[in-house]
Design a protein around this ligand. Structure first.
Ligand SMILES: C[S@@+](CC[C@H](N)C(=O)[O-])C[C@H]1O[C@@H](n2cnc3c(N)ncnc32)[C@H](O)[C@@H]1O
Length: 256
């Protein structure tokens, strides 16, 4: 997942790369693009049609007039992303879920299958937020019908609700914007110390996350993309808030 995919290498860089390596990387990019189209078509024909929702089509933020270097485009998580990293038994009646950069709501729909008290999405684009709400309203699966809301806001300025106990993100932000988001999480925990789990899909900013000193890694599952490097890059990781930030409830915090 990149903020914006460069179509081609800049000419001066391309000249320095041997022709056979350049060809190989172009073939790899084309193969990945074909793979993603095939997966999207399969998801549309099966899961999306059955549920009566549309979350598969990717959208660049430039198309929505919200393009900026550190904001990532809309691309959905896999339909089983949440289930692969989080078991329903790990969720209690007081847990509240937040998807930062909720897009068209695919992960909100997945979260509604868990016994969360509430499921919240925050999304920068009003158009995407409206699509997410439409999907949540139209979804024909009664299991995916719990308390939910989708808030249109910039996640770098949005105060994280203090009842949130599970945060999900699929690379909404990079660089300084990602660090701003971490600051908002830190503020929420300072206001109300509590156990907090963070699920990070394709964690391109993992170094910044660990440097923040807020979270420690708990577990990970590899991405289901073909090839070792791509599968590693698209892993889903779970982190837990450091025990000393959880307030009295250090049972669920990490102490390493
Ligand atoms: C890779 S998509 C993930 C969508 C969804 N969470 C999922 O996994 O299916 C990233 C989303 O982050 C949103 N986004 C980018 N910058 C944002 C910001 N500053 N505040 C809130 N959302 C943002 C994009 O519009 C996009 O919908």
């Amino acid at each position: 997942m990149r903020a914006r995919a460069p179509a081609k290498l800049p000419v001066q860089d391309a000249r320095r790369i041997p022709a056979h390596l350049l060809r190989r990387s172009q073939v790899r990019l084309a193969a990945r693009a074909a793979y993603l189209v095939a997966r999207r078509t399969a998801a549309t024909l099966t899961i999306e049609r059955r549920l009566g929702v549309e979350t598969a089509r990717e959208l660049g933020l430039a198309e929505l007039g919200l393009d900026a270097r550190e904001r990532c485009r809309y691309e959905p998580s896999a339909w089983h992303a949440l289930r692969r990293i989080l078991a329903p038994e790990e969720i209690g009646a007081d847990d509240v879920f937040l998807d930062v950069g909720a897009g068209k709501g695919r992960v909100l729909l997945q979260a509604l299958r868990y016994p969360f008290k509430r499921v919240i999405g925050v999304e920068l684009s009003p158009q995407l937020a409206a699509i997410a709400l439409g999907n949540l309203a139209r979804c024909s699966d009664p299991v995916m019908a719990g308390a939910h809301e989708v808030i249109t806001a910039d996640a770098t300025r949005f105060p994280i609700p203090d009842e949130v106990t599970v945060i999900y993100m699929f690379n909404p932000l990079r660089g300084a914007a990602f660090r701003e988001l971490l600051a908002r999480i830190g503020e929420s925990v300072e206001r109300r110390p509590r156990p907090l789990r963070l699920i990070y899909n394709t964690p391109l900013e993992e170094a910044a996350l660990l440097e923040s000193g807020l979270f420690l890694p708990l577990r990970a599952v590899r991405g289901r993309r073909p090839g070792r490097a791509w599968a590693e890059k698209t892993a889903i990781r779970m982190y837990v808030l450091r025990a000393e930030l959880c307030g009295g409830d250090s049972e669920h915090g990490a102490t390493r």
